[in-house]
Design a protein. Structure first.
Length: 215
């Protein structure tokens, strides 16, 4: 198992959602799982999952994968037009702590280019055109950053610490989807967020709950 360099989040480490999706796919068991990142996922490194623990070649713990139970984390959808308007207000276009992020980095022409902007009620929303090749990890990645941008503010970066997701279905290549995010609460340096991904017909493709940690 390897996180390719193109799937980075912060420079030099894997995007949290993509990495968690890869770890979840490799772990034993079935049903929704929760991934806790114990350190930034290394890029281009052979990783193994044994007993729910992701370790690098030196045996260092990278992440833990556990059953998640029921994930009741659905954020209501918006229509595509509303999502496009919100994306035009994406604060990351002006100031971004990790501008080369595979999911939400404005510098990445080859990334997912999900730019979550705020709605009047505080939720985030963004359009998402599914890439030519789609996997469960793509959905995990799409469910990652829109939650973070529900709490991120200029000068106050956060990193994904834990995410639990359920993938109901994969979008088709080129599908125009919508992703929404919501902040539930902030407890010290921790923020609990929910995200949801919707297909072109409005069907729920995936949902996640996540904990983000202020840097």
């Amino acid at each position: 198992m390897r996180i390719e360099s193109r799937y980075n989040g912060p420079a030099g480490s894997g995007n949290g959602g993509w990495s968690a999706g890869i770890f979840a796919a490799e772990a034993d068991g079935s049903g929704p799982v929760e991934v806790t990142l114990r350190r930034p996922p290394p890029l281009e490194t052979e990783l193994t999952v044994v007993g729910g623990e992701v370790r690098d070649p030196a045996g260092e713990l990278v992440a833990e994968v556990r059953p998640a139970g029921v994930i009741d984390a659905v954020v209501p959808p918006v229509d595509l037009e509303t999502a496009v308007a919100a994306a035009a207000r994406y604060p990351g276009l002006v100031e971004h702590p990790f501008p080369s992020c595979y999911v939400c980095g404005p510098q990445r022409a080859d990334g997912l280019r999900i730019f979550p902007g705020r709605l009047p009620d505080g939720r985030t929303a963004a359009p998402f055109r599914a890439p030519a090749q789609v996997s469960a990890a793509t959905v995990w990645a799409a469910l990652d950053c829109p939650g973070g941008w529900a709490v991120l503010t200029p000068g106050r970066p956060y990193l994904l610490g834990r995410i639990a997701a359920v993938v109901e279905a994969l979008p088709g290549a080129g599908d125009e989807c919508v992703v929404t995010g919501a902040l539930l609460r902030v407890d010290g340096r921790k923020a609990l967020v929910h995200t949801s991904l919707y297909g072109p017909d409005g069907s729920l493709l995936g949902a996640a709950r996540a904990t983000w940690i202020a840097c």
